[in-house]
Ligand binder design. Structure first.
Ligand code: NCN
Ligand code: DMD
Length: 351
């Protein structure tokens, strides 16, 4: 056990079957043929069980955006330069990024947390600095992080969720920004799923076939170095992950322990969610999957988590953007659940 992470063993809160059953009974009384709202019915019922309320709500929404750099960028695994992480953090904070626009449109709270970019940007308005170092180590040569950094990242994720809960959040979205982070995400998922790199490695921000072949070799090198037989999920996360990935894992574990439902974004956060579920399988109950990323390796992660995402929009942006897209669906599912008339109220004959 890494010092400072004793909370990892706290159990997840149970799903509230009574609230879910009450929500199911209500769905069956609403003026529609049973089941005719398809997955929207299941969403309302599931959210009722997670929030412990027969009338659930997808509001307030808290988006936590974790940013970090990755030493493996030195292996030419991304089409973008590492400096883009820092530039995009400024853009997100100023309101110009996709996640900024989506958060504003949804009325969602957005917290941006810098866990360590290659160059210390100094204070940025609207960004919380929890800098753990100049990015993670190059996983093709060394572990991604020390155990102190891993504890720091996971505790940063936990503390962010605690702030969100204290602020009244009822739905959590985790997002990330980090040039090259599809490489550690793929490596971590390969190790956790015992799958070959070719199954998880894809274009990320836009590699061509030769670039993907090279990235696959880099992931194979990292796995040969770090994915030793018998390694625990925590060890794999620390050796192959990244600061933002570990923070997301800590955030998802904490959300499940504190009873805050999570809407999961794409490929990188998917790898973090997989790590959280491998650390504590009951975390899975708290995860709703928003979208299926265009990054091809996302499929293996979703299958392993037995997840059937709500949306397939061809998105692979990260930044929590795919999860944000699913918020209106959740809100509409809750509005129907709460506001439709029952057969008795409307004087409509039941079948
Ligand atoms: O979320 C996804 O499914 C996703 C898939 C591919 C790329 N991204 C984003 O693109 C960046 C990583 O891509 P790369 O090619 O630099 O490894 C990172 O900032 C992610 O937010 C995100
Ligand atoms: C411009 C840009 C924006 C992003 N947002 C998340 N990952 C990203 C990667 C790039 C390159």
């Amino acid at each position: 056990m890494i010092a400072g992470l004793a909370w990892l063993n706290e159990p997840c809160l149970p799903f509230d079957r009574t609230a879910a059953e009450a929500a199911r009974r209500r769905q069956d009384q609403l003026t529609k043929p049973r089941g005719s709202l398809g997955r929207l019915e299941e969403l309302a019922i599931r959210l009722a069980g997670l929030q412990g309320k027969p009338m659930p709500a997808a509001d307030p929404v808290q988006i936590l955006l974790f940013a970090a750099d990755h030493g493996v960028a030195a292996e030419s695994v991304s089409v973008f330069p590492q400096s883009v992480t820092n530039q995009m953090v400024h853009n997100i904070a100023r309101g110009g990024a996709a996640v900024s626009v989506l958060a504003a449109a949804l009325g969602a709270r957005l917290e941006i947390i810098d866990l360590g970019m290659v160059t210390d940007p100094g204070p940025i308005e609207g960004v919380r600095s929890e800098r753990l170092g100049p990015g993670s180590g190059n996983i093709a040569r060394e572990p991604a992080m020390t155990s102190e950094q891993q504890a720091g990242a996971m505790n940063a994720g936990r503390a962010a969720v605690e702030r969100a809960i204290d602020g009244g959040a009822r739905l959590l979205i985790g997002g990330e920004m980090g040039i090259a982070n599809t490489t550690p995400a793929a490596a971590l998922a390969c190790a956790l799923l015992d799958l070959p790199p070719a199954d998880l490695v894809g274009p990320g921000t836009g590699l061509d076939a030769a670039g993907i072949a090279h990235k696959t070799e880099v992931v194979a090198t990292a796995l040969a170095l770090h994915a030793t037989p018998g390694s625990t999920p925590m060890e794999l996360l620390g050796r192959l992950g990244g600061f933002e990935i570990a923070a997301l894992t800590g955030a998802y574990l904490t959300a499940a322990q504190r009873g805050l439902p999570v809407l999961v974004d794409g490929f990188i956060v998917g790898a973090a969610a997989l790590a959280a579920v491998r650390i504590q399988p009951d975390v899975r109950d708290w995860l709703l999957f928003a979208h299926s990323s265009a990054e091809p390796g996302h499929r293996a992660i979703l299958e392993a988590l037995n997840a059937d995402p709500l949306l397939q929009l061809g998105m692979c942006l990260g930044e929590a953007s795919g999860a944000a897209m699913a918020v209106p669906l959740l809100r509409l599912a809750c509005a129907l659940h709460q506001n439709m008339a029952t057969f008795a109220e409307a004087g409509v004959s039941e079948g």
